[in-house]
Design a protein around this ligand. Sequence first.
Ligand code: F6P
Length: 553
Amino acid sequence: MPDNTAALTQKPEWQALIRHQEKLAETPMRDLFRDDPTRATRYLIEAAGLTLDFSRNRLTDDTLSALADLARACGLEQRTEALFNGGIVNITENRPALHTALRQPADTDVKVDGCNIMPEVHSTLARMEQLVEAIHSGQHRGHTGKRLTDVVSIGIGGSFLGPKLVVEALKPYWQGGLNCHFVANIDGTDISETLKALDPETTLFLVQSKSFRTQETLDNSLVARQWFLANGGSDTAIASHFMAVTTNIEAATGFGIAADNIFPMWDWVGGRYSLWSAIGLPIALTLGMDHFRSLLAGAHAMDCHFRNTPAERNLPVLMAMLSVWYNNFWRAGSHAVLPYDEYLKHLPEHLQQLDMESNGKRVTQHGTPVDATTGPILWGGVGANGQHAYHQLIHQGTRLIPADFVIPLKSHNPVEHHHATLFANCLSQARAMMAGKTREEAVQELRDSGMAEAAAQTLAPHKAIPGNQPSNILMMEQLTPETLGALVALYEHRTFVQSVIWDVDCFDQWGVELGKQIGNEILPRLLGEKSDGTAGDSATDHLIERFRSANGL
Ligand code: F6P
């Protein structure tokens, strides 16, 4: 068994990495490439339809084995088995986190409280399939007999970001006949703008809330119900137009949703890991069940790779350990995700919740302070657009910003030479980040362009780029349900592995609660239902008054 008792930074493996970093800091990646012609092919891993080129990182073979040693010393193998086997990995809520079971074949066995959960997982998939078929075949229609044409998914956080990412990313696989909309924000604009384009006779609302207690989702669902009732609907007609996915059957029934229209969720699935459950209904309805099952199969392939591959060749472990490497040993602080695929434009948003809600923690599972910096800020956006926006800061700013490029080798839209240009942009960014441009190179370039020596010397510092910015390039043959499933599962496991190193609970999110509590105190004061005492401080009280007077309250 690994020695898990020593404080993280006191572990010999951690100390070894500190010493190793000091040595490696003297060798830029440019030199590592110059000295090892095999680097590009040695630092490449293929798994579950994805290929990771991690050669443009500040690492050598020694780094890889030192990072793997740290992972082992932190008990990664045992913790991974606990994750897959239904161990209590969400300590503060005393729950397993079994999103992996949602994509496992039916003939496997995963127990929660001594009960095999796989039959329920697969019977829920079968129910989803029935609904998808009933709607697409026209068997399930709106209350006036018209075919359903639109589905509105009302949910927020994990009940929104994953399904939205997948629905948008897999547009080439849409089955047609059903348009999917998402409403998440409590800002009335979100629901109002969505409803404007819809016909109540042909719209299905999916209330997506694990807890069925989330204010944004409940308030938006009430507005949808009022709109439906005010536009020809009735209490009985709600049965054909409102469905829910939740663990809280009682609250969903209380809302007026027929018991037959409620799909189960389980405590052992975390919200941000839930797109594989019935929370994925918007995906299944838009893409069809075959594609939804392919998505699950891709994720399962990544699960198998993660569970069975040694740390040194394990894609999620490697990406997680690189994150720890830069965050803790090079003080990076942030991580950019740069999908070079228009269809993946929502990937950074989904990964933001996945990673930052999971690893934005400051105490260990045992409640003691983590003695290292945890969750880096994850950010990003679609390429090549980002090149004309924030890449400048990566190239010439003063911060270290590791990045993941994500790009398919083939496009679904092979317009002229666009995909080759996009690929060229991705490769050139990764190369520029790695190699940069020295001052001498900049001077020479300016001389070659005919500039006078003095002017070249003056301009050169502005044109020099330090380089040595690390990046991964993550590729797939094409963006398909399988490769997208593998990609999302890869980042889920990357998140988990980081949490194991920092020894934090990546399945709870207590920090979100304080804002909700304070919000519940402020709202009645804004509405004038409560006026005694203070909302907490003079600044809050002052703006409550500003809001009330602006709105004539
Ligand atoms: O933001 C907190 C959170 O609890 C997320 O983890 C969750 O995905 C989201 O709110 C929505 O919760 P629910 O599905 O219970 O409405």
